[in-house]
Write a protein that binds this ligand. Structure first.
Ligand SMILES: [Zn+2]
Length: 324
């Protein structure tokens, strides 16, 4: 019996799992992501979660044949690190990942991916519908995509091919993104940015609203909760669908996926308002074959399951490449 491990490293939580050679999870462990003092604290948290998951599974770390890691970026794949992650404090400069995990499991079979690439690997391995050309898009605190073309997972320079949240969708650049540039997709549609975007639309449109725009705790879920009952909330939701349609259209034109799976908290919690309308509208924008748009089949475990699938399939998610 061979054992495999997966890690989902997010800005908020770290999760690790030990699985059997079919990808069935035996044990998991999670904790909050350390916010400092330095990147090595995050490395230690990842190793700690892996050790605890191994203990729970009654598997020695050295019995793990291979591990996959789905991580926040930006990555430096050659070094096996995360460098200056945007959503963690500045003191977290560099997070070593591949090397320390290799040492722990005593194997050089450690596959590092950005989290959305882990997502598409998870969909490819687990979904009934898993053509060679497919994409996974997360709409969460940020926006990103993982894409397979001709069966190859695209990773790009330093592993950052999936940073589609920073594609310009609004040439007028009315919103400044967290990265400092203007008009980026996630500056409008990520969970972190929806409240400020709603305030901007309120100023522009001057429609009456019951949304608590001035409350410092005003958040994306408030907008979706008021949808159908509030003119401004409906306007915001409609604009989100507009920008999300442009983002998905750009992905469809660039990579020609047959199916696009959509995940992330904003999509998972609001399928009817966020995902369903995309299916109708993308038809009006895509020139070539129009991809199917589906909610992820793996919920909020898509990155963790993709990391495990990567370990089992040599970093590909391709079931025909499962180790035996
Ligand atoms: Zn940006």
């Amino acid at each position: 019996m061979g054992y495999y491990a997966g890690v989902d490293l997010g800005a908020t939580n770290v999760r690790a799992a030990v699985a059997d050679e079919e990808g069935t999870v035996i044990a998991t462990h999670d904790r909050s992501t350390p916010q400092g003092p330095a990147g090595i604290a995050v490395t230690e948290a990842v190793l700690g979660c892996l050790r605890t998951a191994c203990t729970s599974a009654d598997v020695a770390p050295s019995e793990i044949r291979a591990a996959g890691i789905g991580s926040i970026g930006p990555l430096d794949l050659a070094e096996g690190t995360v460098d200056n992650p945007a959503n963690l404090p500045d003191s977290i400069d560099r997070i070593p990942l591949t090397g320390p995990v290799e040492q722990l499991i005593e194997s050089d079979q450690v596959f590092l991916h950005n989290d959305t690439n882990a997502g598409v690997i998870g969909e490819r391995f687990h979904s009934d519908r898993n053509p060679d050309d497919m994409a996974y898009v997360t709409i969460s605190s940020g926006i990103g995509a993982g894409v397979t073309v001709d069966g190859n997972v695209l990773s790009g320079w330093d592993g950052n091919a999936g940073e589609v949240g920073h594609m310009v969708v609004d040439p007028q650049g009315r919103r400044t993104c967290g990265c400092g540039r203007e008009g980026h997709w996630e500056a409008y549609c990520s969970g972190d940015n929806i409240p400020e975007y709603a305030r901007m639309l309120a100023d522009e449109s001057q429609v009456d609203t019951a949304l608590p725009l001035d409350d410092p705790d005003f958040s994306a879920p408030d907008v979706f909760e008021y949808a159908g009952m509030d003119q401004l909330a409906d306007h915001v939701v409609d604009q989100l669908v507009h920008w999300n349609t442009l983002g998905l259209t750009n992905i469809a034109q660039a990579y020609a996926p047959i199916v696009i799976y959509v995940g992330g908290a904003v999509a998972l919690n609001n399928e009817e308002l966020v995902v369903d309308p995309l299916r109708d509208r993308i038809d009006d924008y895509v020139f070539n074959n129009v991809p199917d748009v589906e909610l992820t089949t793996l919920g909020d475990e898509v990155v963790l399951k993709g990391a495990i699938a990567s370990a089992i399939t040599d970093g590909t998610g391709d079931r025909s490449r499962m180790r035996s």
